[in-house]
Design a protein around this ligand. Structure first.
Ligand SMILES: [Zn+2]
Length: 460
């Protein structure tokens, strides 16, 4: 199949943008990238798709989400973090059944596909969400994913005063054993689209010994590990008081550094922390909307990039963002750092698009496979429709996408050569059924959790 007459933002080594460009796809991979004229000569008999007036980017990579939180979108708005977690998010998730876990994953993946995300990292799947059901949703949907299973032992601060909902507490033996069992069963499934990672809880829910064991098991199997670190200032204080270490010092001490490690948030990091991340090739997931909405702080991302740390973008979850639209996340990732540094030159559009594509691919250990439009890579790409007022005119397609577009401008999504979204419709999922079930199941979860939601304004 030849996709022709589009503007290709390749994100290749030279960062070429090809006007009137074309892509040739064969057996799920890109076999040629260039001007439409050239490809027409090379492949005269191939079927063609016309992308006139459209912009093509590599598939977007969302490096941090919670599938189970899509169905509790908007259920903890304008709340302080401890209440956000202890009174809402954990209580709701602690009442999930496996069927709820599956429907929430469907809702989340449906939203991501429609807004151009072709690969994602789920950071913490609890046992009660049903790993098998969620893995089956990933495979059927056509998306690419790393599914990380929760591992935990102590719930020190979480167990104190019944702070963590009992439905969210799991034990060391079960979580370790199940993660390895799911790895054996699902890693590499869907022609390599699915990976299984460790998703240990934050320090406070996991002992240093267990982190070390996870690190060793992950290295043996070449598995990824992702963990929330230094999200709020209290996380940094906790590590200082308990261990006398900064967040990156602690991470290094327990083996949570290296190219297979993806640290999430990394807001409260100093220059010494950043140097450790750079030296150890540790990846970071930046979630600007979540950090802003929960008033967690602003991560020193320009400083990390300058030090050579690989930073990808993430949306986090339904109660903290509240969307999974990575296109919108690019805009905030740029604007937030400009206003913090009072420097409009930091985090240009090109940088945030790199974070959403090639950096994300690297954070997933997939930079040889996805993240750019290059010969030999998987055919994972997104076609944006720019024939709309809010993206007209477009003098630089990169800044149009980063600053003016949203996920609703996605027209077509192709993953491993398979057309998954066409004319804005997801071909692999039943949208009407998923939206209906998500509404019904969300209400049932609120009921079991004993939480009633009402707008704050008088509503009749
Ligand atoms: Zn998170």
């Amino acid at each position: 199949m030849i996709y022709e007459h589009g503007t290709l933002i390749t994100i290749d080594a030279q960062r070429r943008i090809i006007t009137d460009g074309a892509l040739a796809v064969q057996d799920g991979r890109i076999v040629a990238v260039g001007k439409t004229q050239e490809l027409r000569k090379r492949f005269p008999a191939e079927p063609r798709t016309d992308l006139r007036g459209r912009v093509v980017t590599p598939g977007l990579v969302n490096t941090h989400i919670h599938l189970a939180q899509a169905m509790i979108r908007g259920c903890a708005d304008d709340m302080e973090l401890l209440n956000w977690l202890g009174k809402r998010v954990w209580v709701l998730q602690g009442n999930y059944t496996e069927e709820d876990g599956r429907v929430s994953a469907e809702l989340c993946i449906l939203e991501m596909l429609k807004s151009g995300t072709t690969a994602f990292v789920e950071s913490m799947l609890a046992g009660r969400y049903g790993f098998d059901g969620i893995a089956e949703v990933v495979i059927r949907s056509g998306i690419r994913a790393a599914l990380s299973k929760i591992v935990m032992d102590v719930a020190t601060y979480a167990a104190k005063d019944n702070w963590m909902h009992p439905g969210m507490i799991e034990d060391r033996e079960t979580t370790l054993r199940d993660t390895l069992a799911m790895y054996d069963k699902w890693n590499g499934a869907g022609d390599g689209r699915l990976a299984v990672w460790f998703g240990p809880r934050t320090p406070g829910g996991v002992t240093p010994e267990l982190y070390r064991e996870i690190s060793a098991l992950a290295r043996e199997r070449n598995m990824g590990v992702t963990v929330h670190l230094a999200e709020v200032q209290a996380d940094r204080t906790y590590l200082q008081e308990q261990f006398g270490q900064t967040p990156a010092e602690f991470a290094q001490n327990v083996g949570l550094v290296g190219p297979n490690v993806l640290l999430v948030h990394a807001v409260w990091m100093d220059a010494n922390d950043i140097a450790i991340l750079a030296r150890t090739d540790t990846n970071v997931s930046h979630n600007p909307a979540s950090n802003a909405k929960l008033a967690s702080g602003i991560a020193p991302i320009p400083e990390m990039l300058a030090a050579g740390v690989n930073v990808g973008l993430g949306t986090d979850g339904g109660p903290s963002n509240n969307t999974y639209d990575l296109v919108r996340e690019m805009r905030l990732a740029s604007y937030l750092h400009k206003v913090r540094t009072l420097d409009p030159l930091v985090m240009p559009a090109e940088t945030v698009l790199e974070m959403a594509t090639i950096n994300g691919a690297k954070a997933m250990g997939l930079e040889e496979e996805i993240g750019s439009l290059e010969v030999g890579k998987q055919a994972d790409f997104v076609v944006f429709d720019l024939d709309k007022p809010h993206v007209t005119p477009s003098v630089n397609p990169v800044s149009t996408l980063a600053y003016a577009a949203t996920g609703t401008d996605v027209n077509t999504v192709v993953i491993a050569g398979q057309v998954v979204v066409q004319d804005g419709q997801v071909l692999t999922m039943d949208e009407e059924r998923i939206l209906r079930q998500a509404r019904e199941r969300a209400e049932a979860v609120w009921g079991r959790a004993g939480i009633e939601f009402e707008p704050r304004w008088p509503t009749s």
